[in-house]
Design a protein around this ligand. Structure first.
Ligand code: ADP
Ligand code: MG
Length: 203
């Protein structure tokens, strides 16, 4: 079972991972966007880590809901409301309990990913964060609980790599038309990082 502390460590791990990868995320965004994805997420997850440390929620759902609210209120770019919605909706989809199962997280994450698709109007193959999130959540649902997070990480990382040959149909990168082809999507890259971080949290 996964405790609130597990979810806190997922979020603080993500803050550290974003710090480490910020330059790379911004570099990817400079090729097909406006070079702020790393700094957007750094600002957002720094605020998430600080808020969680100040007032640690006592349920897993509370941790993700607070994290989502922080992202929505601190990140100006498209990714703030999208990641904020992902975490808030996932948090709200978890049972109101001290601990939740891997299967319950997979189910809640599915609702979170669907909420991102609804908010941004994007579908699979549009070269967005969804191209890592859809395969990631799918793998988490399918794999046995013991290997679910590793499977989600692998699927999300493959999904992020698979955005390279795609033409962007949503977000800023879509303004480039065919010139968006040949670059990895920054949001798909950070979404894979979120699931990689999850796979690295010790239960
Ligand atoms: P902005 O585009 O406002 O500068 P960021 O650079 O922080 O915001 O985030 C860009 C990422 O957001 C893209 O790489 C893409 O993955 C994701 N994104 C943009 N628009 C959408 C959308 N409509 N649906 C899903 N993801 C999107
Ligand atoms: Mg940007």
């Amino acid at each position: 079972m996964l405790s609130s502390s597990f979810f806190q460590r997922w979020m603080s791990g993500m803050a550290a991972a974003v710090e480490e990868e910020a330059d790379r995320l911004t570099e990817l965004d400079s090729a097909i966007g406006d070079a702020d994805h790393g700094s957007n997420l750094r600002r957002g997850f720094t605020a998430v880590a600080a808020a969680l440390e100040k007032e640690p929620p006592d349920t897993p759902g509370g941790v993700l809901a607070l994290a989502g609210r922080q992202l929505i209120s601190t990140v100006g770019g498209a990714s703030g409301p999208l990641y904020g919605t992902l975490l808030r909706r996932t948090g709200k989809g978890l049972p109101d309990a001290e601990e939740v199962s891997v299967a319950e997280l997979a189910q809640a994450l599915r609702a979170g990913v669907d909420a991102v698709a609804k908010l941004g109007g994007a579908a699979a193959g549009d070269k967005t964060m969804l191209d890592a999130l859809f395969p990631g959540v799918e793998a988490m649902e399918q794999a046995p609980a013991a290997g679910a997070f590793a499977a989600a990480r692998d699927a999300a990382e493959s999904g992020a790599l698979a955005t390279v040959p795609l033409q962007a149909r949503k977000g800023r990168a879509s303004y480039l038309g065919e010139r968006s082809i040949g670059h990895q999507d920054p949001g798909a890259t950070s979404a894979a990082l979120l699931l990689r971080t999850l796979a690295e949290v010790t239960v």
